[in-house]
Design a protein around this ligand. Structure first.
Ligand code: SF4
Length: 359
């Protein structure tokens, strides 16, 4: 790609986080952002068709996003690093796309788990050498503020959407929240939008029983946060009137995960003695936490072939046995049957209801 060309930047989707990522890029890098189209069946078909068989599902979704973004005019792609083999995926994806004949630049962030502004600044400066720290810091703060607002609002939605009186009321307001959030460009505005929408969400009429069915969802971060990849499992649970608890969000990954790891391993004892990589440690510790907090059931989700999550399954199963709490396991791939997921979820739900009535 010629150096004089304007940068048209894109990145893979994950949940609703494209707003803060876009703002961070627009406010720090020279160029414009072209979002990959929202994920559809075509995205994953493109990704799967051009990926090696052995890679996990996040690789395939990201690759599909890149192809669609390049087809829409992107010429500069960004990939995040990760605490598992994901950290090596950038190079492979770049080569695949080059072999497909695309002309672009590719940049892999080295380690996005270290949330220090200095570390991120050093990475972004490699892309834009003119970037100064002051400019970066205020853009970084804005993005983090937006991430926190999204995570807090979505937590409220997960806990209450299953009990809305007027179907679609949460979803409608959520769309409007994301649209307003995408127009903000300073932290004060983000705080105002957050407060305004938190209030509005709390005003939505719900009919929530005192003791609703509560299910925790644990597992690998991509399938937890990108609803398309888990066949909108949280939405399916909400349709059944279930309150959903999920720990993993971007703010959790950025601010708490690493600091908490030792504590989580200690807490997960005797089921776990060492970290088992990526989100596996979390899955075991959180399963125990959910069991001790009186949740009715747990759903463990992972991409097919995800080693850290495969490792977490035996200890999760032991927690399930010792605390007598049911766990339903799902493994997602590009060929997963949606009907199969719905049927198993239905059976799990019936079992939880019967169990609750008995208790
Ligand atoms: S955590 Fe598992 S699924 Fe996610 S990128 Fe790593 S290996 Fe793949």
């Amino acid at each position: 790609m010629s150096n004089n060309k304007e940068k048209v930047i894109s990145f893979p989707h994950i949940g609703n986080y494209h707003t803060p990522i876009t703002k961070l890029i627009e406010n720090t890098l020279e160029g414009k952002v072209v979002l990959a189209p929202p994920i559809t069946k075509k995205t994953i078909d493109l990704g799967a068709k051009n990926s090696p068989d052995f890679v996990c599902v996040p690789f395939k979704y990201n690759l599909g996003n890149y192809i669609e973004a390049l087809d829409n005019g992107a010429n500069f792609l960004i990939q995040a690093g990760g605490g598992c083999r994901f950290g090596y995926y950038g190079e492979v994806q770049e080569q695949i796309l080059k072999d497909l004949g695309y002309d672009f630049e590719f940049f892999s962030l080295v380690d996005t788990s270290n949330v220090s502004p200095i570390a991120y600044y050093k990475e972004f400066k490699k892309i834009n050498p003119k970037l100064n720290f002051r400019q970066f810091y205020s853009a970084f703060k804005l993005a983090l503020e937006q991430v926190n607002a999204i995570d807090d609002i979505e937590k409220y939605i997960r806990e209450n959407i299953g009990f809305e009186v007027n179907e679609g009321s949460f979803e409608k307001l959520e769309k409007s929240f994301h649209s307003d959030l995408s127009k903000t460009n300073n932290t004060k505005e983000v705080k105002n939008i957050y407060n305004e929408y938190k209030f509005k969400f709390e005003q939505i009429p719900i009919d929530k029983p005192k003791n609703p069915l509560r299910v925790g969802i644990v597992g690998e971060l991509y399938v937890l946060m990108e609803p398309f990849s888990s066949y909108f499992i949280e939405k399916e649970m909400a349709k059944k009137g279930i309150e959903v608890k999920r720990f993993i969000t971007i703010s959790y990954l950025l601010f708490s995960k690493d600091h908490n790891e030792k504590k989580l391993i200690k807490y997960a004892n005797p089921y776990l003695k060492y970290a088992i990589g990526a989100d596996g440690t979390d899955s075991v510790a959180r399963t125990k936490q959910l069991a001790e907090s009186g949740f009715d059931g747990i759903i463990h989700i992972k991409p097919f072939g995800c080693t850290p999550e495969v490792n977490s399954m035996p200890p999760v199963q032991r927690v399930s046995r010792d605390y007598n709490i049911p766990v339903l396991y799902f493994s997602f791939d590009t060929q997963t049957s949606e009907t199969g997921i719905k049927t198993r979820l239905e059976a799990f739900y019936d079992m939880l209801i019967m169990r609750k009535e008995k208790i």
